[in-house]
Design a protein. Structure first.
Length: 263
């Protein structure tokens, strides 16, 4: 029906997301885009593609549920704007985790460190400070909105409460990430790792691209930062200059050559 690509659709959606939700939406939709292929026509996406992505996300947990919510919101937007004829969000169903698995996952999450660059930690701290200030402001917005006693159709109150929920959720996420943060410093090994910048050449097109390899929580395609857990990141980790790798994704296999690795 439409030739808009997934990457273009993501960019259009992200422009509509404001406040603390923007970063989380961008991170998850970047994962989806790289998994499916940013240049692939959105009209070619089917329910089974979304279901397969849900399987790749893993069983239901607080983290995967938040990630899934970002993707579902994206599909609601596409349907509302008439980009897609149907909402593909219902196809994104996470598998339920067993009690034992939930307990193991919770324990692992609490004890597993999150690799972050120093710049990433500083950015999170700055964002946290900004959110703390926004928290005070939105509480005042709610107080003013509640002066209108008719709560049934109080749009300002609904907007303020929704914003408050997003701010509080993001504050909790950042505080947890900072608590588990493991700062990655310079390694000097010449190998691709979290914290380094790598330049690669697409052997099919000859196009040269530079990536900063970061942990999953720092990934931001707009800034050229890719997650070590992404298909490209996984393929590049451990490589040295001159290595050639194949990146397998739904969009097809891409062959890359590592041109340089800088700490």
């Amino acid at each position: 029906m439409t030739e808009i690509t997934l990457g273009e659709a993501v960019a259009s959606y992200i422009d509509t997301v404001k406040g603390p939700a923007r970063r989380a939406a961008l991170a998850e939709l970047d994962r989806l885009s790289r998994w499916y292929g940013p240049d692939k026509p959105l009209g070619a996406m089917r329910g089974h593609d979304v279901a397969t992505y849900a399987e790749a996300m893993g069983p239901s947990s607080p983290e995967t549920s938040r990630r899934a919510a970002q993707v579902r919101g994206f599909f609601v937007f596409l349907k509302k704007e008439g980009v897609l004829e149907q909402n593909l969000g219902p196809h994104l169903r996470l598998k339920k985790a067993t009690k034992a698995r939930r307990g193991i996952a919770a324990g692992a999450a609490a004890s597993t460190g999150i690799e972050l660059t120093k710049e990433g930690v500083d950015a999170l701290k700055a964002e946290l400070q900004s959110l703390m200030e926004q928290r005070i402001s939105v509480r005042e917005d709610i107080r003013r909105a509640m002066l209108d006693k008719d709560f049934r159709e109080n749009a300002p109150l609904d907007v303020a409460k929704n914003e408050q929920g997003q701010i509080e959720a993001r504050i909790r996420d950042i505080e947890e990430m900072l608590k588990r943060a493991v700062i990655v410093g310079a390694g000097g090994t010449g190998r691709v790792r979290v914290g380094c910048t790598v330049t690669v050449t697409n052997l099919a097109s000859g196009r040269e691209t530079q990536y900063a390899i970061v942990g999953p929580t720092e990934a931001n395609a707009a800034d050229g930062k890719i997650s070590s857990a992404s298909p490209v990141g996984k393929a590049l980790i451990g490589c040295v200059e001159g290595d050639e790798v194949e990146v397998d994704a739904p969009a097809g296999v891409t062959k890359l050559r590592v041109e340089s690795v800088k700490d």
